[in-house]
Each structure stands twice: as C-alpha cells, then as structure tokens.
Design a protein around this ligand. Structure first.
Ligand code: SF4
Ligand code: SF4
Ligand code: SF4
Length: 254
C-alpha cells in the first residue's frame, strides 16, 4: 500500500511550529518511515508537487498572495490541518488587527511601503475549510503525534475540549489566580498543553485560544479587580486569539 503523501506549508509566522515537528526526535524516524514527506522545505532539499493526502499549514494569512496560495493548497490536500495558533486563529500576527489601521501598522514595520500589500491577519479557516486544528504557540508535540497516529489509523484524534485549569488541577499546582493574584487565563483557554506555564509558576497567556464555554467577560472583570489596567486586559485577550468571538468579548468587556 502506498504511504500517505504529507506536505508542510508556511505562511506568516515564526516557523516555530515546523521546528517543533523536527523536534519530535524519538518519533521522527517512525513517522518519516510511515509516511511520504513529499513537501517540507524546512526539512528537505527535494520537494514534490501535489496532490497530497495531508497538508499541514503553519502561519496566519496576511497578504492577498497568501490567500491565493492557500486556496491552491486546499485543492491539493485531501485533509488540511491548521498547525499552530497562527494558522488556527491568526495568533501573534493578528495583534496588528487591533492596534491601528493597516497603513499605520505597515509604517511602523517597513521603511519602504511601495511593495507592501498586507491585509488583516486571519487563521486559515477564514478562507478555506479546515479538517483539524493543532492549537498552541508552538504546537504541543503530544497532540501532533496523536494526530499523525490517528490519521495513519483512520480514527479521530482525541483532543481535549476543557480548560487549562483542569490539567492544572490534575497536576496539583497551587492556583496562581486565586492564591497569588496573578492574571492567569487558564480558565478560559483550551487544554492540551498539560498546563505548561502554570506548572512553571507562570500565568497562562491563552496561547491555545478559547476553551469550550469560556466565560471571558467574567475573567476580564476579575483581572480589573486584580489591578490590571483596561488596556492590559484588552492586550491579554487580543494577544493570540482576538479574532475569536470569545476572546474578543473578553477584550470588549472592559
Ligand atoms: S503558532 Fe507560535 S510558534 Fe507556531 S508559527 Fe505561530 S508564532 Fe510561531
Ligand atoms: S493557575 Fe491558572 S490554570 Fe492553574 S488553576 Fe489557577 S487559573 Fe487555572
Ligand atoms: S499554559 Fe496557556 S500560555 Fe502556556 S502553553 Fe498552555 S495554553 Fe499556552
């Protein structure tokens, strides 16, 4: 039986999620043995044209050219995965959507503007149908392996719908929000990272985007009570997933 043809693509992003794939180390040889990595510019010299069985897309879409490329990729891939927060919700690039006009942002970043054609940053499902999401900035390696194995076995991956707080409690961490007054976003953020940041005594910054039933309005009020300014609260909700209705509600609640 022919191995599934896999492709990795990059749009506007830091490339950290593709790097995470290469960091799979102990799984890498097994995975590369089970699939045909047909296109992965960061990892291989020789790359081949589609069609592909599975396409992983990293990065937000921020230019008209990227929109056209993404639509072509969608046509070429039977199964399309948004890989990382940039591709899922717009991620870090989407901060620019809320910081001024497009032109003001371009003037801040570039000295020569004549060739710049940027558009508001969005995740890839703003333009095309997406079959699976790997959340996180960067993606969680456990979830990446889970998805790859599930695709090979033809079953649905098991991703968690609950909030980071659930994982944090399972780790028996002392709550940073309740006991230390730190502005942790774990209660409104989708689990799957194993409560990575709170386990290192750092508040969750919401990098995986909203959990199911996220009560962001209530958390925004709590942040104000903790002494954050309205602008700080807005920034927290707009940092990774301001394009989502849930986090946008949190930002607009103060
Ligand atoms: S999600 Fe984070 S790590 Fe991944 S490409 Fe975007 S900025 Fe980089
Ligand atoms: S530290 Fe953060 S993630 Fe952990 S239980 Fe408290 S609010 Fe939730
Ligand atoms: S704890 Fe929050 S910010 Fe840290 S990796 Fe998990 S979702 Fe992202």
């Amino acid at each position: 039986m022919a191995k599934p043809r896999i492709a990795f693509f990059k749009f506007s992003s830091c490339a950290g999620c593709q790097l995470s794939v290469l960091n799979l180390e102990e799984h890498l040889l097994d995975i590369f043995g089970a699939v045909d990595i047909a296109y992965f510019v960061m990892a291989k010299r020789e790359n081949h044209e589609g069609p592909y069985d599975v396409g992983f897309v990293e990065g937000a879409v921020t230019t008209p050219r990227e929109v056209q490329e993404l639509k072509k990729i969608r046509e070429e891939c039977k199964f399309l995965v948004a890989m990382g927060t940039c591709a899922c919700t717009g991620g870090i690039p989407s901060m620019k959507n809320f910081a001024g006009t497009q032109r003001q942002m371009e003037e801040k970043v570039y000295t020569e503007l004549w060739d710049i054609q940027s558009i508001p940053a969005h995740g890839i499902d703003y333009y095309v149908k997406v079959d699976a999401y790997l959340r996180g900035c960067a993606v969680d390696l456990g979830e990446l392996v889970e998805l790859l194995k599930s695709l090979l076995l033809g079953v649905s991956p098991h991703f968690r719908p609950h909030a980071v707080c659930n994982e944090c409690k399972l780790k028996e961490n002392v709550c940073l929000l309740v006991h230390k007054g730190k502005p942790c976003m774990g209660s409104v953020t989708a689990a799957g990272c194993g409560a990575l940041c709170p386990s290192l005594n750092r508040p969750c910054e919401g990098c995986r985007g909203p959990a199911n039933d996220a009560n962001t309005v209530s958390l925004a009020q709590k942040f104000l009570e903790l002494g954050l300014t309205r602008e700080d609260v807005r920034r927290k909700f707009l940092k990774y997933a301001g394009n989502t209705p849930e986090f946008r509600r949190g930002a607009e609640a103060v």
